[in-house]
Design a protein around this ligand. Structure first.
Ligand SMILES: Cc1cc2nc3c(=O)[nH]c(=O)nc-3n(C[C@H](O)[C@H](O)[C@H](O)COP(=O)(O)O)c2cc1C
Length: 386
């Protein structure tokens, strides 16, 4: 199998077949199936919300490459009069810098430096993209999901219900008859904002936002809360996980905030913290909504680190932005080259990593197959993370 993996890695450098999960199942007897917000997906790797999911062309490229799911750029909620409580987040900024970053533990990784925030075009433009996302999702070729930043009140203030209602209803109308899948973004810029100075305020948002969004209409919403890395300690991250129990999924956790430079950042500091908190959460007995990992996932082995701490899928941003010279593939779109490395790299790819886990007795075959989803399920099919 290792030899076969070496051969596949070489030949797919020129073109990764869109149905690679079928090939992986037939050749390696590995079932890569993952789950994201109620959708069963052919493999666990999706694209996080951001500058890489702003338009039709990007979505088409991802569909062709075989990305499992994409979260659209976060739109800022508005009320019927067009008022936006979080208007400070609708910033126009195009310049991004993909940079190396050394973590506190001394490891070199990547980060994207960028001053922008949410969707900066009109809500109507966003709804057009949501219609396209709904069509793609119905076609079963790519799950594509909107993301929103709604009003977040101070402790003594009420939620602006009109903003929640209007925005959710318009998104649901654009989506069509099926339940609306939605991510609610708690971003690093929010973590850095004075609004997030108080812990009880953040915990209230996490408890009450799902009700605000679902109360907004009679049609069901499948809601993922994308949690921020608050500027408090790991114990508070665990409190946040508990407070967010009403969500249908949790995306864990968005980038870190550097108050000195006023920039969000990633790299190994981000994955070190996320994995540490997820490990601690796994030790606790309280049940949580299904988890989706995010943060410095730059190899299949990183995907497995998140999976072994409970994540049924992952969403990446930075890796999909790296210079082409960083990918071993020589042809194909950026998402194709990224998937090629994440899945087929003979040393650090997902297949190599799952075969290693089998060898170490940490993952067992069922009916002859290794199953990605066995890693995140607490069932007795997998041993604990260490
Ligand atoms: C330039 C940039 C813009 C982003 N914009 C958003 C956004 O609008 N909404 C959101 O939920 N996450 C946003 N993110 C966060 C990413 O979706 C992702 O969760 C995060 O960067 C961690 O993953 P990574 O280390 O693979 O980049 C953004 C990230 C970057 C780098």
């Amino acid at each position: 199998m290792r030899e076969q993996l070496g051969r596949d890695f070489e030949r797919f450098k020129r073109e990764l077949p869109r149905d690679f999960p079928v090939h992986v199942r037939e050749t390696y007897h590995i079932d890569l199936t993952g789950r994201y917000l109620g959708h069963t997906i052919p493999h666990p790797i999706g694209k996080g919300s951001g500058q890489l999911s702003l338009n039709q062309e990007q979505l088409e490229t991802d569909r062709e490459a075989g990305v499992a799911f994409v979260v659209l750029k976060t739109v800022i909620a508005e009320d019927p009069a067009g008022e936006r409580a979080m208007s400070a987040w609708a910033v126009h900024e195009t310049r991004m810098k993909v940079e190396r970053r050394i973590s506190a533990s001394g490891r070199e990784g990547w980060t994207v430096s960028w001053k922008g925030r949410g969707w900066d075009r009109s809500f109507d433009d966003y709804l057009q993209l949501v219609r396209l996302a709904a069509d793609l999702t119905r076609s079963r070729e790519l799950v594509a999901v909107p993301s929103v930043k709604y009003h977040l009140p101070r402790l003594e203030e009420p939620f602006r219900g009109a903003e929640y209602r209007y925005t959710t209803e318009r998104l649901a109308d654009a989506w069509g008859a099926d339940p609306l899948p939605l991510e609610k973004d708690f971003s690093p810029t929010l973590a850095g904002d004075r609004l997030s100075d108080e812990r009880p305020q953040i915990l209230r948002w996490l408890k009450e936002v799902p009700g605000q969004i679902r109360g907004a209409r009679d049609r069901p919403v499948r809601l993922a809360l994308k949690l921020m890395n608050a500027r408090f300690d790991d114990d508070f991250q665990l409190e946040m996980l508990e407070a967010a129990a009403a969500a249908d999924a949790l995306v864990v956790f968005n980038r870190l905030w550097d108050s000195a430079t006023g920039l969000a950042y990633g790299g190994h500091d981000l994955s070190d913290r996320n994995l540490r908190v997820l490990e601690a959460a796994r030790q606790r007995t309280t049940s949580m909504p299904p988890l989706v990992g995010t943060g410095n996932i730059c190899s299949g082995r990183h995907v497995l680190e998140y999976a072994r701490r409970g994540c049924e899928s992952v969403q990446l941003h930075t890796f999909f932005q790296l210079p082409l010279s960083q990918f071993p593939a020589t042809e194909g779109s950026r998402p194709q080259r990224a998937l090629h490395a994440l899945i087929f790299d003979p040393r650090d790819g997902l297949i190599a990593g799952m075969l290693d886990l089998e060898q170490r007795g940490l993952l067992e075959r069922h009916n002859g197959e290794l199953r990605f989803l066995d890693l995140s399920s607490p069932a007795d099919s997998v041993a604990p993370s260490h």
